[in-house]
Design a protein around this ligand. Structure first.
Ligand SMILES: CC(=O)SCCNC(=O)CCNC(=O)[C@H](O)C(C)(C)COP(=O)(O)OP(=O)(O)OC[C@H]1O[C@@H](n2cnc3c(N)ncnc32)[C@H](O)[C@@H]1OP(=O)(O)O
Length: 205
């Protein structure tokens, strides 16, 4: 019996839970600091807040954080690691993840996405539905690649950056830390830390 605890009773959490069940986890439960006001998240129970999770880590074979805000997600991952939580990777069975890619703990990879050979993904990344992380991309901790976004070969993305839904990033482009790439953007040039950029070609606002 494999038991998974997910911190973050969010809509994103439901997708993580669904992918987890489809990839062999027998029991999936949530923890969220909104507990006990929130007692369920879709089909799954919410059993406590982050403190209760830390106190009951021994009950679980794996833990993952499903908080959309990348900075908060990384903070919670760090707290759980300090408590010796067993952070796991969740991969939807329809995702294509190369055996030559490296995926760090706490990262989730959703349906119909592809992560190709030589890609390196940091901790707590979200590779969302239908997105593409091409060969030799390097994603730092906490990167979110939104649904249907595509990173061409050798793209580098910094810590906690967010690539919006349907965006496209040219090969070998380097995106800094804490960047937001807007939905549908076409990124042709490097982006420095902290910028918000969108449009075709994408320009920082
Ligand atoms: C499973 C999931 O749901 S994952 C989540 C996926 N969601 C996303 O990818 C959303 C990413 N976010 C965006 O693209 C946002 O629009 C941002 C971050 C780029 C900008 O957000 P905000 O700062 O709130 O901008 P706001 O909505 O006020 O728009 C400001 C202007 O920019 C325009 N604009 C905003 N985003 C874009 C975009 N991606 N492309 C072109 N124009 C845009 C708006 O139309 C508006 O123009 P106007 O002033 O002429 O009316």
């Amino acid at each position: 019996m494999k038991r998974l605890a997910i911190l973050g009773a969010s809509g994103h959490g439901k997708v993580v839970a669904d992918a987890a069940e489809l990839s062999g986890w027998d029991e999936v439960v949530f923890y969220d600091d909104a507990w006990p006001v929130i007692e369920t998240n879709g089909n799954w129970p919410v059993q406590g807040g982050s403190r209760e999770l830390i106190e009951s880590l021994g009950r679980y074979d794996g833990v993952v954080v499903a908080i959309g805000d990348s900075t908060v997600r990384l903070e919670k991952l760090t707290e759980l690691e300090a408590g010796n939580a067993s952070l796991v990777v969740i991969i939807h069975p329809s995702a294509q993840v190369s055996r030559y890619a490296r995926v760090s703990p706490g990262t989730v990879i959703f349906a119909n996405s592809a992560v190709n050979a030589g890609a390196e993904l940091g901790k707590g990344c979200i590779i969302n539905t239908g997105s593409v992380v091409e060969h030799d991309c390097r994603l730092a901790d906490g990167v979110h690649v939104s649904p249907n976004a595509a990173l061409a070969g050798g793209v580098v993305v910094g810590r906690a950056s967010w690539i919006g839904i349907g965006a496209a990033v040219k090969q070998l482009v380097s995106i800094g830390d804490g960047v937001v790439v807007g939905m549908g953007a076409v990124v042709t040039r490097n982006l420095s830390d902290g910028v918000v950029a969108f449009g075709n070609p994408a320009r920082p606002t």
